[in-house]
Structures are given as structure tokens and as C-alpha cells.
Design a protein around this ligand. Sequence first.
Ligand code: GCU
Length: 680
Amino acid sequence: AAEDGHRAWLRYAPVPDASRYRYLPSSIIALNSTKSSPVYTAGQELQQGIKGILGKQLLVNTNGTRKTDTLAIIVGTADTYTKIYGDFDEAGDLEEDGFYLSTEGRNVLIIGSNERGALYGAFEYLSRLGQANFEEDSYVDNPHAPIRWVNQWDNLDGSIERGYAGPSIFFRNGFVADNVTRVAEYARLLASIRINGVIVNNVNANSSLLSTRNIEGLGRLADAMRPYGIQLGISLLFSSPRDLGGLPTFDPLEPTVDAWWANITEKLYAHVPDMVGYLVKANSEGQPGPLTYNRTLADGANMFARALESHGGVVMFRAFVYDNHINPANWTADRANAAVDFFKDLDGKFDENVVVQIKYGPIDFQVREPASPLFSTLRNTSTAIELQVTQEYLGHQDHLVYLAPLWKEILDFDMKADNRPSKVKDIISGGRFRRPLGGSAGVVNVGTNTTWLGSHLAMSNLYAYGKLTWDPSLSSEGILQDWIRLTFGFDKTVLDTITSMSLASWPAYENYTGNLGVQTLTDILYTHFGPNPASQDNNGWGQWTRADHTSIGMDRTVKNGTRNAGQYSPAIAQQFENIETTPDNLLLWFHHVSYTHILKSGKTVIQHFYDAHYAGASAAQSLLTQWSSLRGKIDTERFEDVLFKQTYQAGHALVWRDSITQFYCNLSGIPDEAGRVGNH
Ligand code: GCU
């Protein structure tokens, strides 16, 4: 059972009705014999998977022959396949990383547009078998966007910023880890959800990553991930030319600085020939950057772009640039304005291999935020969305919060740029503004914990992240149920129960931690864990609620507030400018109102706080009850692990409920109509 946690959704557990599969091929033909090739990996994976799922040991042959007497699973790239077997009709429909899967012809065909695509097709076939889906059909599956990366916030000392699953699998004691077993296993997991790039170190980067020893180490990490089609990238510290290189400056327009980066980049490519690129956090939260020298953020990004260009690398330049010392006494100051303020005049000034990486909301991974207005501001710049799998503000994997519904709300949000359909998902794909690049970055932060994320149920978020990067039109529930079957098997009660728990989890968490768009009322100064509504205000971080004795909420209107609503396209701006058209769940994000303001639901704001916190905490009790009902239907080890987490969540939700309701009762002096809060 410990094994099950480790293998996650790749358990390849036997399916109950394997005999229904009358079409079991008798061999595997993988059209590449090079061990670092994803096609070779696909052959091995198919062998292992079919043995587990269907109980049959197949041989893998790496030499395709024109004639096969027996049924085979043929896996390879379109090019190799065509050379040996001739054309196939769907070849023209394949896009980069896409694949064609056919289970209805004489052979099972798994044909990738490239090697990585072939591996994705193999995982797809195994996922179908693993769910006892023996349908016979043929289809092409192409990605929604080219950039499907994860970010790890791993430090060289082995710690992980906002990581909740133990120390790093990549680094130890200042250096790249010697043992890369877990790195290869992680790459396998990521390839199975069609991720193609991993930034291995923290955005708050350290220049000693670029030491000779560590560059060699990065080469080993890349080698370990290459058989899975995963390319390595790294985060850079902007001041490295000074800090590591000993130059007097790190001014991006200084030729010696440029040359320094070109040289380091050469060295990196000598060890990591397929390095995917760089991730840069500059001029944010105390990090150095181009603004230090009065250069623009585009000057900074383009410096890396030049170094990478001839190698085919991409710069992910983070839009998370803001001043963390803004003045709370200033009614119109607003951290949420920062990204658009910093980037709007730079649109079109970034090199073609720069992608601006934008957190989904304007602040910072809160339980509820509107989509960042930057998505529709940048029209001549490639963009990617940054999501968080690691539950920084969302309960540190000690609370079950299934995040696909949150992500989908953002991805499906229509920014109405120029009054034309402009869903966030179609902007980041490059489609809406016709950009060559785009996609997603997910902050994952797996650690050495055998469960990867420190929680069995949290793995649904990693699975969903990958699935949505590939196809954001998938439903949250559909993704979830695939994951449940692959992770826990076929019991109908297990499927229904985990589905119901997961789909209730985000609304529950929002209810007991911060409703009406007021943000997650957690401690923002240190832990980002547990209730601390007082910590939001009266400091320079700008995650303000503006709560006083009579009223609460950020006035982000143009007419009377921070003008943030005006950063959206006119149709959206108008919606958020007006209280009447702002949805209740974003009311306090955009408006400052009295506690007795009446919501669309007919309740007052303060009564909604009380009711929602009680409802949320009660939903958390129900998660525990529901999980408890699965005793005996799930192996003891995983059952007990999750039981422990759900017990914790149920208790912690009560702490949340009581702290928040009491805090606002004290502040407003308005008692709860139901008599639950106050009178202490
Ligand atoms: C949050 C988080 C930091 C992180 C930062 C970032 O503020 O708490 O740990 O460094 O985001 O995304 O850069």
C-alpha cells in the first residue's frame, strides 16, 4: 500500500474484467532502441503496464518489420512509422507533441508527432486499459498549448519554499542530488500527464546553481528526465553576474553582463543540450532586477532571450512584480494594480522567445480571485498562466481542496478583449492574440515524501493540472474520476464518495477561510497557514481587506477606489465597477461595503460571513464522515493516512470558523442572528 501512494495513478493494478478484452496483442513493437528515447520508454512502459493490468507478459521488439503475423502494439513517431509501414491517414492532423491512437485495426497503433507524443499515446492507452475501457476506436489528440511546465520551488540546501512534502528530490546540501532515482520517477509521473518541462529550482534563485559542479549536476538531472520527454529548465538570480561572476554590475544593457550570460548559457547547453529555458523573478519581493539600473523589465527579459535564442530556449519572465512596501494609509494604493502597471507599456517589446508568466489572479493564489487583468492587456506578448498545485494558501495539503474547479473558472473566464470572445484559456494558448508561444506553469513542490505531495488525495490536483494544460475543456469531475479509478480502483462507493468529497472541498474551504472575495484570511506574515484576519491589513504587503468597525472590502472601482476595475476591458470593467453586477463571490474584492449591505442572496454581508463559516466547517466534518465510510474499501495504509488528514481538517475548520466569526463579531459589534457567535 505504501507502494500505491508512490505509484500514484500509475499503479497498473489488475482490472477485474480483463477477460472482456478479447483484443490483447501479443507483442510490442517500439520503433526506437535508444534507451534515452521516449519511444523506447513507451515500449518498456507498455510492457510493464500490460503485465500489471492484464496479467500478460509481452515481449518488446525494437525492430519494426513490414509484416507482422500476430497482433502487435506498434509505438513510434509518425516519421519512423511511415518509413516502415507506409502512410496513415491521420498523419496530417498531428501537431507538435500530439499523437494518434488506434485500437480498432489489425494492430494497436500509437503514433506520435514526435517521440514525446508517442510516449503520451502509450500512457493514454494504458490509462484506458487501467480503467477497463476496452472500446475500439481511433483518434488524434493534440495539446492545447506548447508550454506545459511545472515549477519546483526547491532550494539548493534541499528545503522547498512552500513545499509540504519533505525535502527536495533535486538538491541536497548546496548541490544537485547524487541519487536521481526519484527524479526519473517524477519525470515518469509528469510525462503521463503530458507535462514537457520542469523548472527544478526556486524562483527565489541562488547564483551558486551556476557553479561548475552544479551545472554538471543539472546535466545528470536532465539525463534522468530525458527518457520521459521532460526538458529541464532553471530559475536564475538576476544579480548572478555580480554575485557569482565577480563583475561590478548586473546591468542588462552592459555588454560584459550580456557576455557573461551568453557564456553561462553555453556552458549549460554543453551539459543540458535540450535545456528548455529560464524562469526569472526580477524586482519582486526584494529580488534584484533591471529596475535596479533604471532599465525596463523587457530589457531584463530580453537579455536572457538573447542568450537562449540560438539554443532554442524560452524565457519565462514572471509578471509577479510588485512593491511590498505600499502604504495602507493611501486609499487608492493597490498591489492588484502592479502587474498591469509594470507591464502594459512593455507590450510588444519582448523578444519572440519571451513568455510572460502570470499568476491566475492579481494578488497571490487566493481561494478566490478574478482573473488577472494582464491576460487581456498583453496583445503582442506571449503569456502563460501560473497555477499552484502546492496548497500555499489553501491548507498545505492538510486540507482537501480539489482545485480543478477553481482553475477552470479562471481558464473559462471571458476577458472580452475588444468585445470578442477572449477566454483566458484561449489567450494563454496563443490562439486569441495569435502568439507563437504560451501555456501553463504549475508550482508543484513535490518532495521526498513517498506520496509525492504529502497527501494521497492532493495528487488529484497534480493529475488535474497536467490534464488541463493539455485540454482545458475537460470537466473537473471527469478528470477526477479517471484519477480515482486509477488510484483507488473500481469500487462504486469509493468513486462516488471521493467524487462528492472532492467537489465539495473548494466551496467548503472558501466558506470557512474567506468568502465574498475577501481572500484567504490566513496568516500572511509567516506561515500562510491557519486563520489570522488581522494580519492582512496595516502592512505594506497589500493583501488588504480594509475591515473596520462598520465596513469591509477593497474599493477597486474607478470612481472612488484604486481604479483596478478599470484595468479590465470595458465590458468587464463595467461589470466589476458596479455593485449590482459584481457577483457576490467577488463583492469584497471590488467593493468596500457596510457589514449590513444586502447581498443578492438577501443576507447581510456579516450574516453571510457567519453562515458561510458554519456551513464550510460543517462541510469539513462531512468530508471526514464520508471518508470514514470507506473503511474496508481501501487498503489500510492509505485509508488511515487520509483519515488522519480529514480528522485534522475537520478540527482545523472549526478553529477557522470560530476565529473568523468571532473576529468580525468583535469588530462589527453585530451579533449572529442564529446566536452562534458573540456573547463571550
Ligand atoms: C508568494 C510566496 C512566496 C513566493 C512568491 C512568488 O508570495 O509566499 O514564497 O516566493 O509568492 O511567487 O514569487
